[in-house]
Design a protein around this ligand. Structure first.
Ligand SMILES: *Cc1c(COP(=O)(O)O)cnc(C)c1O
Length: 455
């Protein structure tokens, strides 16, 4: 069948409100054309992020009621630990309030001035937590992973030749090797099981811990099952266990592939390192059987993990993105191929070639999508990366628009509506104008800067 069936029915709904074009024009002006400044109830379809924005199931809401709020030794913690260990066979499982808290604890122990930490591509909070300790973070993704038009099936793979050369060059200054599955900063592209094993072999041969940033482990396992030779008949759970059984630890945001609105964890095998991590946890997050979470959150995550590996869900999840990519491609919209696991990316520089990169084609497209259709997306380009430490500004390597898909939240008709809005933008693209930045903070300007439309 070609129709995408959402493998759930809806028991509880949240109204979304259509605004008029005239209202949206005023709302944009009031937000200085920065979409982070909008109130979310003025947004019809919110594709700003897939983090913590998914819908919990009836079983998860039931688990919330079962949550036990004891300070120490809560049964909720033991259900959380068992659910994780069923998929990821680590010795020590340490709850945190988000993924970045797990990173902060890990790199407070492994980072520090003079250290060098490789990954396929570090996510921005991971990079921030590494660099915050004075260490340096390096991205060693394969060349195809940086080419928006490459159809490589595993564009998130680490370049193992570069990794070996990197480890030879940096020697003792490397405390661990990381790998992000799927590769979020690289467009949600997957990493093959073969590559995970190869990276593990290289790290372990040198006695280095191999740490997986596993935020989208289930989407990654679906790509392995559907694309990697020999994996098609295997259960998702078995593929997931294979991925993590060659690792020495993981960091996780439960706001992604655990269907939760908050939460995360750090897992480790090394007893001494885990002991130090728990001491740090008590300082910054909480007692080791709750971390930064309520008991009810631990139970929601435990139940979410049982649901995320469902094949009907994963098929629908990945197929929905492919559907958008196919339809947008047919309209002549330059989409990044193949579709990633959690988002659809548009090459805004190619879509709006009349807008100079220093006039922010990604921002121009994001603003036009909101103005025409009430859809909120996110620029990943020169606004986000263009400002240099010396104050100068240069175009980012790409100007992309990211449409991140919240889990189990929107339906195929929401996607069809979005495609219709794009059809209008294709016709009107020549009239879309760029922006200049009127005001910006010293760092991470994309969240708060003020734009002014160019005439
Ligand atoms: C979201 C994310 C993180 C950080 O997790 P938070 O829960 O947002 O703190 C780390 N790595 C990757 C790959 C992510 O997508």
């Amino acid at each position: 069948m070609r129709t995408i069936i959402e493998p759930f029915r809806i028991k509880s709904v949240e109204p979304i409100r259509m605004t008029t074009r005239a209202e949206r024009e005023e709302l944009l002006k009031a937000a200085h054309y920065n979409l982070f400044g909008l109130h979310s109830d003025d947004v019809l379809i919110d594709l700003l992020t897939d983090s913590g924005t998914g819908a919990m199931s009836a079983a998860q809401w039931s688990a919330v009621m079962r949550g036990d709020e004891s300070y120490a030794g809560s049964p909720s913690y033991y259900r959380f630990e068992a659910a994780i260990r069923d998929l990821m066979p680590f010795t020590h499982i340490i709850p945190t309030h988000q993924g970045r808290a797990a990173e902060a604890i890990l790199f407070s122990l492994l980072g520090g001035a003079g250290k060098n930490i490789p990954s396929n591509t570090h996510f921005d909070t991971t990079r921030g937590n590494i660099e915050g300790t004075g260490a340096r973070a390096h991205d060693l993704v394969i060349a195809e992973g940086r080419d928006p038009s490459s159809l490589h099936p595993f564009k998130g793979n680490m370049d193992t030749d570069r990794l070996i050369a990197y480890l030879d060059q940096h020697g003792d200054s490397v405390p661990c090797v990381m790998l992000t599955i799927t590769n979020n900063a690289g467009g949600g592209q997957p990493v093959s099981l073969e590559n995970i094993r190869a990276v593990s072999d290289i790290a372990r041969a040198r006695g280095l811990p191999f740490i997986i940033d596993g935020c989208r482990f289930a989407e990654n396992a679906w790509f392995i099952k559907s694309r990697e030779p020999g994996q098609a008949d295997r259960a998702i759970r078995d593929i997931v266990r294979d991925c993590f059984s060659v690792a020495d630890g993981m960091t996780m945001s439960a706001k992604k592939d655990a269907f939760a609105n908050i939460g995360g964890w750090l897992a480790l095998n090394d007893d001494a390192l885990a002991e130090r991590a728990r001491t740090r946890l008590i300082q910054t997050e909480g007692f080791p059987t709750y971390g930064g979470l309520a008991g009810r959150d631990l139970d929601a995550i435990a139940q979410g993990l049982a649901e995320i590996i469902d094949e009907d869900y994963l098929r629908y999840r990945i197929r929905a993105n492919e559907y958008m990519v196919e339809r947008l491609d047919a309209l002549g919209v330059p989409v990044v191929q193949p579709a990633g696991g959690h988002a659809v990316f548009i090459d805004a520089r190619k879509f709006l070639p009349h807008i100079d990169p220093l006039h922010y084609p990604g921002q121009a497209l994001a603003t036009a999508l909101y103005l025409e259709g009430g859809i909120r997306t996110c620029e990943i380009g020169t606004v986000m990366f263009g400002r240099q430490p010396d104050g100068s500004e240069i175009p980012a390597s790409m100007d992309l628009l990211r449409m991140a898909m919240p889990r189990r939240t929107y339906t195929q008709s929401h996607c069809d509506y979005l495609i219709e809005v794009f059809a209008d933008l294709v016709r009107a693209r020549d009239s879309i104008r760029g922006f200049r930045i009127d005001w910006e903070p010293p760092m991470m300007r994309h969240f708060t800067c003020h734009f002014a439309p160019l005439a």
